[in-house]
Design a protein around this ligand. Structure first.
Ligand SMILES: [Zn+2]
Length: 300
């Protein structure tokens, strides 16, 4: 009997631990997979269907900022490794963006929605301050909450893609990567009449094959230069500090707007006020980067 009780506790502890780990891996930027493979997997790079003036990318590439006292040391090390690798990778990719040009403009981005509460609340705050947000919605969740997708679009925010299932695209084959991108695009198009042309790969996991498949389908990949680390803890002060103390021209700021992220919603008004007080214009990604947010034939 005693052995059975001990066994039960061991099993419960393992389950609890693994559920914590999976939560922590939410948007870690590569730390979900220690052995990050950024090596080329295909030999032919297709031509982009739209000409982009990305010459500024080679002149102005920011380090990725954001830290938290709540992260374990090994997590911080793994995250930093990913940050260094992805910056090097973005130098080789015309359509993979870490930040925008050296102007006094920044973009607020929100991943993992839509949900039934926090996404709309975040939209409400953005509208209150008259600023545009960028929502990287999951195809699976967009299907469940189409009215929230519509609300974001109708209020002038960008409705973008975070793939369909929130899986690591760099672990998939070419056809599966294409399905993740195109399936999410089709769901969003069915709701707002436009297919996005910007995708944020889940966990920031990106390699040359992912970048090539995205490019073939006329998508640019948008990563981030500031991680608010709102996925790592429930602490509005850390979220606020990560954004306002690290802010630079052209920053793309990673936050989340799903039901786990009430703290992000709470930190948002002070973040917007501080950024505006510092003279930054908060813009959408199309304005920041000069790339189309939606597929070319669907431009307004
Ligand atoms: Zn995500």
């Amino acid at each position: 009997m005693v052995q059975k009780v001990i066994l039960f506790f061991i099993i419960c502890s393992v389950c609890l631990l693994s559920s914590c780990v999976s939560k922590e891996m939410k948007e870690v930027g590569g730390m979900a997979h220690g052995n990050h493979d950024l090596k080329p997997k295909v030999n032919t790079v297709p031509e982009a269907r739209f000409p982009l003036d990305t010459s500024w990318k080679t002149e102005y590439l920011l380090e990725i900022k954001g830290e938290s006292p709540f992260l374990e040391k090994r997590t911080v090390v793994s995250m930093q490794k990913w940050r260094d690798e992805i910056i090097e990778f973005s130098k080789t990719q015309e359509t993979v963006f870490i930040n925008g040009p050296n102007k006094k403009q920044v973009a607020l981005t929100f991943d993992d929605g839509p949900d039934s509460t926090v996404t709309s609340a975040v939209i409400g705050v953005l509208d209150q301050y008259g600023v545009k947000g960028n929502f990287f919605f999951l195809g699976s969740e967009a299907q469940r909450h189409p009215m929230v997708v519509k609300e974001a679009y109708e209020k002038g925010h960008l409705v973008l893609s975070h793939s369909y299932h929130h899986v690591q695209l760099d672990k998939l084959g070419e056809a599966e990567i294409r399905n993740e991108i195109k399936q999410a695009g089709a769901v969003i198009e069915a709701i707002i009449g436009k297919e996005p042309a910007l995708v944020r790969t889940p966990y920031g996991s990106t390699n040359e094959l992912v970048a090539d498949v995205a490019k073939e389908n006329n998508y640019s990949i948008i990563l981030w230069s500031i991680d608010s680390l709102d996925w790592a803890q429930k602490n509005t002060d850390v979220i606020y500090s990560n954004v306002v103390k690290n802010i630079r021209n052209g920053d793309i700021i990673l936050m989340h707007a799903d039901s786990d992220e009430y703290d992000t919603y709470e930190a948002l008004p002070s973040i917007i006020e501080e950024l505006q007080g510092l003279g930054y214009e908060i813009v959408d990604l199309e304005t920041l980067l000069g790339v189309p947010a939606y597929q070319e034939n669907q431009k307004s």
